[in-house]
Design a protein around this ligand. Structure first.
Ligand code: NAD
Length: 347
């Protein structure tokens, strides 16, 4: 049984403590939160609770999960590493590339594993996008759009404050990580980002990020917290087909072109004129279907972390991947500040 310390018992720390328990191969050896009310809650939930960080660090468990606000990850993860713990840190691992390199340097120095909890790699919708791409269902893909449109503003608390708040650090990290994995044979060379401040002044309450690839592919990532009719979660275009996932609960719809040329397309009246080429296609020249849905294994990351700590597997969330996500985020902030596209090198 792998025993973990849980640092932070807020929404995600509580989730981790329960997740460890349910896994059957790991458990929470003890919990510490800076807030006495959260410690009391952890006690009520039946966990061993420490009353100080020092007590937590003295516990003999050699694994830890850090689920504290974003701006504390660097300092707390390094503290855990230095006291001999393998660390699974919540996303975003750090606030910028400099902090992240500092954390990985500490991991190397101490010989411990540092991994980031990129759980949304295993979401059903993203797995469906990966499946469409690996099966080549759309010909050559040239555009991926990934959106999270909410309508409840930025959650209360530290997410509304700097440093570490805002939606780019929140959902942005997951969506950038997914996009880099989706088109993993290529890398973006330029990013352009605009932040929105519709509801929040201090932090971004949403953003629109475009990643341009050397071969012409484009990724659009958008997060908003004030959209009462959301746009599709994923929209993926290739030279011979299109795929869409309208929301988390829905399957992936694919339409493939079966005959590019149509001999008998009649012009149709659209708006105040006629069009032939922009007329929607029908089943004579397309084939539409839903792809099979695969549920991701909710314990895959945790199991991999434990195996990597024992030297039995390579980490699924690799250092280079985490660094690439952080570099895109740094560039996105620079782009938003300057109002211009920013060149990036992820190699
Ligand atoms: P939260 O505010 O609900 O909980 C954070 C907890 O950390 C609070 O209880 C707070 O008292 C405690 N804390 C703050 N400083 C501390 C310190 N120095 N030592 C110990 N405890 C401390 O926030 P949350 O939603 O649980 O988010 C925590 C982290 O998890 C963030 O990095 C966030 O981005 C991440 N997160 C990840 C996912 C995911 O799906 N991977 C989902 C939500 C949040």
């Amino acid at each position: 049984m792998h025993r973990f310390l849980v640092l932070g018992y807020g929404a995600m720390g509580m989730w981790h403590a329960g997740h460890l328990k349910k896994s059957g191969f790991a458990d929470a050896a003890g919990v510490y939160d800076i807030d006495p009310d959260r410690r009391a809650l952890a006690r009520e939930h039946g966990f061993q609770v420490f009353d100080s960080m020092e007590e937590l660090l003295q516990c003999e468990a050699d694994m830890a999960v850090a689920a504290t606000p974003n701006e504390s990850h660097d300092e707390l993860a390094c503290m855990l590493l230095r006291t001999g713990k393998h660390v699974l840190v919540e996303k975003p691992a750090a606030l910028n590339e400099k902090e992240l390199l500092h954390m990985y340097a500490e991991a190397e120095k101490t010989g411990k594993i540092l991994a980031v909890h990129m759980n949304r790699r295993f979401d059903r919708d993203f797995l469906a996008v990966q499946n469409v791409l690996t099966q080549g269902l759309l010909g050559s893909p040239f555009r991926l759009e990934s959106r999270i449109h909410g309508s409840r503003g930025v959650p209360d608390g530290w997410r509304r404050k700097n440093p570490g708040g805002g939606m780019l650090y929140d959902w942005g990290v997951h969506l950038i990580d997914q996009a880099l994995l989706a088109f993993q044979d290529d890398l973006p060379v330029r990013v352009y980002c605009r932040m929105s401040h519709i509801l929040e002044k201090e932090v971004d309450d949403g953003f629109a990020l475009t990643m341009y690839y050397g071969d012409g592919k484009t990724v659009i990532i958008e997060v908003s917290t004030c959209n009462f009719i959301p746009m599709p979660r994923f929209y993926l275009c290739g030279t011979t087909g299109t795929a869409v996932i309208r929301d988390w609960r829905e399957p992936c719809q694919v339409t493939q072109c079966t005959a590019w040329r149509e001999e008998d397309v009649m012009p149709v009246i659209r708006g105040n004129g006629i069009t032939k080429t922009m007329s929607p296609r029908d089943e004579l020249t397309t084939r539409s279907f839903q792809t099979e849905q695969r549920l991701g294994d909710p314990y895959e990351l945790l199991r991999n972390f434990c195996a990597a700590a024992e030297g039995k597997e390579e980490l699924l969330v690799k250092k280079e991947q985490t660094l690439s996500v952080m570099r895109v985020i740094d560039a996105a902030f620079r782009s938003a500040e300057t109002g211009s596209p920013v060149e990036i090198s992820l190699r």
